[in-house]
Ligand binder design. Structure first.
Ligand SMILES: NC(=O)CCC(=O)C(=O)O
Length: 263
């Protein structure tokens, strides 16, 4: 089965929520010319990745605005949307949450980032999620994590174990650690024998330059797509048969020995 992933690499304007919601709508509309099966957005596209005390005041209350926008767009245009992530205010806390919609506009996945990026004090300003999410898009078993999560192999393995074939990684990842972005996404694809679709922001987010370089890796670690540092939209077709092929040739899920891993 082949599917087209369409990546929206967005220059998020920090704290300028109205600009960001309007820009996301424009970019989603523009992305339709790519004839996408699955559209993917970056991390915290509504507020920018800039943990601060202001967040509770500008975050999306219960995610209502974001959910309405993404659901309506997915249903109107018969397209799947992995909605990146947004800052969500809930129970007087702020979460970094990803919403996933199928072609019917149904919410099929919801994930809150489990690992707050402590160097930016994200762990102080955002409440952490407590569980992975698994969903199907056009019958493809998928999961999503968010940015810093990709550094934790245990989490990615948890996300992979239920038979995941396509993992999404919305992010706001800085230029100074571009090499880590590239290597970590590639190695998570290899070690879990799945596709990784990593969509980064670009432009300056707070005091940090997000590096773009959104990318897709296949289960062999082959780089199928890598964008530059500018705002833009790019697509790549993936063949899910590649997952079955590698797992038939080297079946790590059969060969692993969790009873020996005292993690
Ligand atoms: N938004 C983030 O989680 C940043 C993560 C990062 O810069 C890193 O892991 O390095």
């Amino acid at each position: 089965m082949k599917k087209r992933l369409t990546l929206i690499q967005m220059d998020v304007h920090v704290n300028d929520v109205e600009y960001n919601y309007n820009r996301v709508q424009e970019l989603l509309s523009q992305s339709l010319s790519e004839n996408p099966d699955i559209i993917v957005l970056p991390e915290t596209w509504n507020t920018g990745f800039y943990p601060s005390t202001d967040l509770i005041n500008i975050a999306d209350a219960n995610g209502d605005r974001t959910k309405a926008l993404l659901s309506a767009f997915a249903k109107k245009h018969n397209v799947n949307i992995v909605g990146g992530s947004v800052a969500v205010a809930k129970d007087n806390l702020v979460f970094n949450t990803s919403y996933v919609y199928n072609r019917s506009g149904k919410l099929v996945g919801e994930y809150s980032k489990m690992h707050g990026f402590s160097p930016a004090k994200e762990d102080k300003y955002f409440a952490g999620g407590t569980h992975t999410t698994h969903f199907e898009l056009d019958g493809i078993p998928c999961s999503t994590v968010i940015c810093y999560d990709i550094r934790f192999p245990e989490l990615i393995r948890m996300a992979a174990l239920p038979g995941t074939e396509l993992l999404f990684v919305p992010a706001q990842w800085p230029t100074m650690r571009l090499r880590h972005w590239q290597v970590l996404n590639e190695v998570r694809a290899i070690e879990n024998q799945l596709y990784v679709c990593a969509v980064n922001g670009c432009g300056t987010v707070g005091r940090v330059q997000s590096t773009g370089h959104s990318a897709v890796y296949d289960p062999w670690g082959t780089n199928l797509l890598e964008m530059d540092t500018n705002e833009g939209i790019a697509s790549v077709d993936i063949d899910l048969a590649v997952v079955e092929d590698i797992r038939n040739k080297i079946n790590i899920f059969r060969d692993r020995k969790p009873e020996l891993y005292n993690l």
